[in-house]
Write a protein that binds this ligand. Structure first.
Ligand code: COA
Length: 233
């Protein structure tokens, strides 16, 4: 598998799907990953994490030309995983939400993906004002009540995909940059409150009931979608 220049691949991974053999996926994990999986008390969370990590290994292995179990990951200073072996640059990022994971793989630069199941939020205004830049929260609250939830999750995943591409997680001041807010509006970075030299592209990769955004630090990516449905045995 190859991510040609200018392409970003988005893999959809159904974590509870019976076509994924847990045995096969779990067999690819490192000792450290198994230890992490065993730290989850709830069986469902543990199994979904194993399914996501195993699928990540299977998919990346096809790009790296290696066996899934031979991949070695390292994490950056704020926890973002990257491939340490084989020595080949494959920018990737994973997001899980409930029974779904999305894996973004970019032909170059940095990539971040975030997916969130859309669910009702009682304190939507309070949360918007606490998390987002003031103009973003104002814009959400100016919408018709029935459009606010979709806008909230569009805004959330756009911001989160950007900070995940940066790799700095919570260390990025989330209210110091702005994205487009309305769900039907193309995702875009509107402004950044620091000196940002890269030119970012955001794309909507959501589906029914799921808001999802992918971000890369270069222009005009061609997004290609794939479904991970494999593994028997
Ligand atoms: C890790 C973080 C970056 C994303 O977490 P999340 O949205 O809860 O979870 P997701 O499923 O989307 O992403 C988790 C995956 O991202 C990857 N990841 C971990 N740390 C990362 C980082 N610093 N940057 C990018 N990716 C990271 C890992 O692959 C992880 O999967 P794993 O747990 O199986 O190893 C989160 O801790 C964070 O800092 N969030 C941003 C801050 C915020 O407040 N956002 C509010 C909404 S605007």
């Amino acid at each position: 598998m190859k991510c040609a220049t200018g392409e970003v691949h988005v893999w959809r991974i159904a974590l509870d799907s019976p076509v994924i053999s847990m045995k096969t996926l779990e067999a690819t994990l490192s000792d450290e990953e198994r230890e992490k999986a065993n730290g989850f008390r709830l069986a469902q969370i543990r199994e979904r994490w194993i399914a996501a990590r195993g699928a990540l290994r299977y998919i990346l292995a096809t790009y790296a030309g290696s066996k899934p179990s031979s991949l070695v990951f390292k994490t950056g200073p704020y926890g973002k995983p990257h491939l340490n072996w084989p020595v080949i640059k494959i920018p990737f990022n994973l997001s899980h939400t409930g029974s779904l994971a999305l894996l973004g793989i970019s032909s170059e630069g940095r990539v971040g993906v975030d997916a969130e199941f859309i669910h009702s939020i009682v304190e939507l205004e309070e949360l918007s004002r606490r998390l987002f830049a003031a103009p973003e929260a104002d814009e959400i609250m100016a919408l018709a009540p029935e459009a606010r939830l979709a806008a909230f999750f569009a805004c959330w995943t756009r911001k989160e995909a950007f900070v995940k591409a940066l790799g700095e997680g919570l260390h990025v001041p989330i209210d110091q940059f702005r994205v487009t807010v309305r769900a039907e509006e193309p995702p875009r970075l509107v402004s950044v409150g620091w000196n940002e030299s890269s030119r970012w592209s955001l794309a909507d990769v959501g589906e029914a009931s799921v808001a999802a955004t992918i971000a890369v630090d270069w222009l005009a990516p061609t997004i290609r979608r794939f479904e991970f449905a494999a593994c028997s045995g």
